[in-house]
Design a protein around this ligand. Structure first.
Ligand SMILES: CC(C)(COP(=O)(O)OP(=O)(O)OC[C@H]1O[C@@H](n2cnc3c(N)ncnc32)[C@H](O)[C@@H]1OP(=O)(O)O)[C@@H](O)C(=O)NCCC(=O)NCCS
Length: 173
């Protein structure tokens, strides 16, 4: 039986190994990793799937800013153990993560990933039409989802690394 729970510090090494298997070391060169460098994930939005004592899935979200001030969350990485795919573990992590994010008051989720996988969770391309990323992105994979009605209508601007409110107020880049 697979159980979902919030990530704990001791899950770290198994998560890193799983993400490495799923995405490879070249993942660090991807544009979205710029938002993760030096910024911790949202702790209450990091989830793991366990089958007994074996970690079989992981989902994390990172805080980001749109246009320097609109708070959003970046979904990913999402990874499932290759031996346990197509059993619904990814979907369970996705629905749990999105519901928890909504419950905690987040409004906008952005991701760069396979449209065919994420469309069933309500992600769309159109809200990203006037958004920019600080690097190359395949626009077919640049997706957004509202957690409250209307939250992704009329989005525009550059997506950037999250900064604490006091640094935003001081205009720290
Ligand atoms: C993507 C991933 C998280 C899905 O996890 P999972 O537990 O196998 O997913 P689920 O069991 O919820 O869903 C399986 C379904 O999604 C489909 N699917 C899996 N990966 C897909 C992808 N990249 N694109 C489109 N569909 C995909 C499967 O074919 C399967 O379809 P079915 O329900 O019609 O049989 C997992 O395959 C993984 O870790 N992949 C490596 C990382 C990766 O490629 N991510 C791509 C998205 S960025």
């Amino acid at each position: 039986m697979t159980t979902l729970m919030q990530e704990r510090p001791e899950d770290g090494p198994a998560i890193e190994a799983l993400i490495d298997t799923a995405f490879g070391p070249e993942r660090f060169s991807k544009t979205v990793y710029k938002f993760r460098d030096g910024v911790p994930p949202v702790p209450e939005l990091c989830f793991v799937a366990y089958d007994h004592s074996k970690l079989v899935g992981s989902l994390r979200f990172w805080p980001i800013l749109i246009g320097g001030h609109v708070e959003a969350i970046l979904l990913g990485p999402l990874a499932v153990d290759p031996r346990r795919r197509a059993e619904g573990i990814g979907a369970a992590l996705m629905w749990h993560g999105l519901a928890e994010a909504q419950r905690k008051g987040h409004r906008i989720v952005i991701l760069v990933g396979d449209f065919d996988y994420y469309v069933k969770f309500g992600f769309r391309r159109e809200p990203c039409d006037r958004l920019e990323l600080p690097g190359w992105v395949d626009r077919k994979r640049f997706l957004a989802r509202a957690l409250v009605p209307g939250a992704v209508d009329n989005l525009s601007g550059m997506i950037g690394k999250w900064l604490p409110a006091e640094e935003r107020a001081r205009g720290v880049a």
